[in-house]
Write a new protein. Sequence first.
Length: 343
Amino acid sequence: MQLDLINSKIGRKNIINNNLAMPDLYKAVGMVGVLFENKYRFLKSQLERYYEVDGRTIERILVNNSDELSNSGYEVMTGERLKLFKKSLLDSSNLNDLEHSSIIKAPSLGVFTFKSFLNIGMLLVDSERARQTRSLILDIVIDVLNKRSGGKTKFINQREEKYLPAALDEFIYRKKFIDAIDLYIVDNNFKYSQLTDKVYKSIFKENSNEYRKILRLSSNDSVRSTLYSEVLRIVSDFENAFAKKLKLAFENKGEKLSLTEAHELFNEFSEKALLLMEASVKDARNKMASRDLAFRDALHEKLANYLKDVPAEDFEKFLGEQSLNLERQLELNKDVFKRLKDR
DNA sequence: ATATTCAACCTTCAAGTACG
DNA sequence: CGTACTTGAAGGTTGAATAT
């Protein structure tokens, strides 16, 4: 993972949003904070000491990145809350006398959470400690990812409850799609793969070969089994809708379409469908590009405009305790499969 | 209730330094 | 050599605590 944390806001947010890695990070950093309102809090003086920088440097970063840092938990406390905070600060009392006397009088105080503590480290350019901390952060985040995913991220898309139903639906629609190509287009060795690629290109701008390369899949891995449920849903919709179009065109014409005609038909269809499903296609592209960068270290260059940070819920969804591997999902859905089989 | 005081915060101008 | 980053220093603002 070659993430440039200093220059990539998305990269930084992906660290901050990764709640699963926080306990490990906290342990590794070894800086003890004061527990207040359920979060570990740090003072600017602690950051100065840890990163070995001047307070003004931190101040400047706070000013230039105020949105980002308040999102990661930095705040200036005043009034009643400050009073309470000072109380817990005194109880834990792991600061020296000088800090002690000045802080006790402070009418307002800038307070960092552990996340904003890390966030500062990801923005300090010249501090050697910050540099070390960044590489520590990346090591741990990768380590947590590997542990949680069992070392492989190829099928990380499947570790989510919505995947299985989406995959089952897709299986059914895929069959309709294949059948329609079979029945309504004149025989051609390439008709299946060409139209499948067209579906992919419409939805996420890559054909299956490009996609394979980006995800470093071997030739016998199926592309579909690596798609996120949101992408699969759209693939299903496309396949289902285009199958109907093909049937209609076949009935109008009274005979099988040539492959060229089928391509033209698809182009028309795709243009309209993309417009109609604009929001969900955009959402799928966002999720695919962003998650693949964060989880699979794979960059979809053609979807670069769709890169966003991966929300905290996604880390939980794909790496958390609730994330399920496929075997377990299959186990839980045994009865569903039995019913399907009996049909 | 009003004035004073204090530390932190904020802004600005300026100069030093590391780096390609 | 220009750019980006860091540090220096001074002056002003703010909000809360304390004194009057």
